[in-house]
Structure formats: C-alpha cells, structure tokens
Design a protein around this ligand. Structure first.
Ligand code: ADP
Ligand code: MG
Length: 263
C-alpha cells in the first residue's frame, strides 16, 4: 500500500500499526474470515465496508481476541501489533484489550455506574492504580467533547445520558486506558444525525493520536472520515486502498459495484 507524501511529492508507504496475515475465523464449520492479509496504517482512519454478514464485526473481534470468547468460535493466522504477535501464548488478552479498545454499535455504559465511574471502569475492573482520577475523568471527557455537558452531574448514572452522549462516554471509557488502536463497530447506527455528526467530528480529532478502524455501512460516512478503506465480501478482503482511490478508481469491479450502489 502506498500513499502520496506531501513533503516530497513521492509515493511512500504509511507506517503499519497492525499487520494481519492469513487470518481465518470460524464459527464451528462456518468459515467467515477467509485468509485476510491487511496492514492497518498507524494513526489513520481505516473504514471497513461490505454487505451485512460479510465478516466485518468478526474481523474486528479477531484483532483484540474477543472472538475467542464467542462459543464455537476460533481464529487462525497472525495479527501483529507493533510487531508483537497478539496470539502468542504469553500475551494477556485483558491487557491486549486495553491497547486495542472496542466501541460497539449500541452504546453500552455500565448501567449501575455513574458517569465518572464509567470513565474509570477500565482501570477499576483491572485493579490499576490511578494517580489523579478527577483529572483523568476531565481529560477523557474533554477528549470526547462531553465535559461541558456533564461536569455538573458526574455522579448521575451513565445511562441517564442521551444515546449520543452515552456513545461518547463509551469512547471516553476506551480512551481512559490509553489504547493505541480503537475499533469502532458501527458506532453511529443507533444514533440520530446530530449525534452521528458529533461522533464523526470526534473521529477526525482522534485520528492523529490513535489508529482507528471504523466499521460502517454508511458509505458517505466512510468518505467523510476515513483515510483508507477495506471492502469485504463474503469473508474475503476484496480491495484495500486510499479512500479517494476506492471511490474514484477502484481496481475490482465488485468494489465499484458496491460503492456505486449496484448491489
Ligand atoms: P458483519 O459484521 O459484516 O455483518 P459478522 O462478522 O457479524 O458480519 O458475521 C459474519 C458471519 O458470521 C455471518 O454469516 C454471521 O451469520 C456469522 N456469525 C456471526 N456471529 C456468529 C455467532 N455468534 N455464531 C455463529 N455465526 C455467527
Ligand atoms: Mg457487524
């Protein structure tokens, strides 16, 4: 994969944060991820698009080993995070998930926890010491542009917020444990257009500091916020390229059909 380097005007390869090689995933006998090899560029937004059921969510779950918790599921292949094999027996999956955090389609703040405790939940559940919890809560809520809206009611339950605010709270909870990679699985599908716009702005702001993978069925959203796109079809990676190339000059006819709405 190459990209134009504006400094020198030449093609240069982006740094890779996650290198996925010959990844396969199964639910029992169902082979749902088929030999996918993909380098995920560091500190960029990579959108994953494709028809429902093509394996987008399963692919994300393989990256932080959540897949192995689904009954009957298994994965095979290699996933390197900064060169480290996440499937190596010495890797602690709980620690891995702090570096590779995940945000789901439906906002899922812990229902019995306050806004404050939701932000701190990743640390509390792992028993890690936090030097200045108040500062951390403020910092994370500012990062998701929620601080001004909630600073006077941090003790209220997270689920008392609107769904858009809940989703930003869930992103703050992921950011609180200082991840390198954030996996966003259709984070706006349950949100109204204004809340969606907030999340899109947030993705733009976060992308200089984090490597973001965004599953979306919304092609306009992918066009607006992503730098790269991967098109999945029936468990295969059909094409991966810069977002502008996918829309204007895709190499595969199946990609072209998908992005032009022909199927
Ligand atoms: P997408 O996110 O692209 O809609 P998924 O990754 O959810 O696709 O699903 C890929 C395939 O795996 C689909 O055929 C789906 O039916 C199947 N699948 C997903 N989750 C499970 C599960 N828990 N048990 C069995 N099959 C599953
Ligand atoms: Mg899905």
């Amino acid at each position: 994969m190459t990209a134009i380097d504006p400094e020198i005007g030449a093609e240069s390869a982006p740094a890779t944060k996650l290198q996925v090689t010959h990844l396969n995933a199964y639910f029992g006998d169902l082979h749902v991820i088929r030999d996918i090899t993909l380098g995920v560029p560091a500190e960029k937004v990579t959108a994953i698009i494709g028809p429902s059921g093509c394996g987008k969510s399963t692919f994300l779950r393989c990256l932080n080993r959540m897949h192995e918790h689904v009954p009957g599921a298994r994965a095979k292949g290699e996933v390197l995070l900064d060169g480290v094999d996440v499937y190596h027996p010495s890797v602690n999956p709980v620690r891995l998930r702090r570096r590779v955090g995940m945000v789901f389609q439906k906002p899922n703040p812990f229902p019995t926890m306050s806004i404050r405790d939701n932000v701190l939940a990743g640390h509390r559940l792992n028993g890690t010491h936090i030097d200045a919890p108040g500062e951390l809560v403020e910092h994370c809520l500012r990062q998701v542009a929620l601080w001004d809206e909630v600073k006077d009611r941090l003790d209220q339950p997270g689920i008392a917020l609107s769904s858009g605010q809940q989703q930003r709270l869930c992103i703050a909870r992921v950011l609180a444990v200082e991840p390198d990679v954030v996996l966003l699985d259709e984070p706006c599908s349950a949100l109204d257009p204004i809340a969606t716009a907030h999340i899109e702005e947030l993705i733009e702001e976060l992308k200089d500091r984090y490597t973001l993978l965004l599953v979306t069925h919304n092609l306009q959203q992918a066009a607006r916020v992503s730098d790269y796109m991967a098109f999945f079809y029936m468990g295969n990676l059909v094409e991966f390229d810069r977002t502008d190339v996918i829309f204007t000059n895709p190499k595969e006819s199946r990609t072209e059909d998908y992005v032009t709405g022909k199927f």
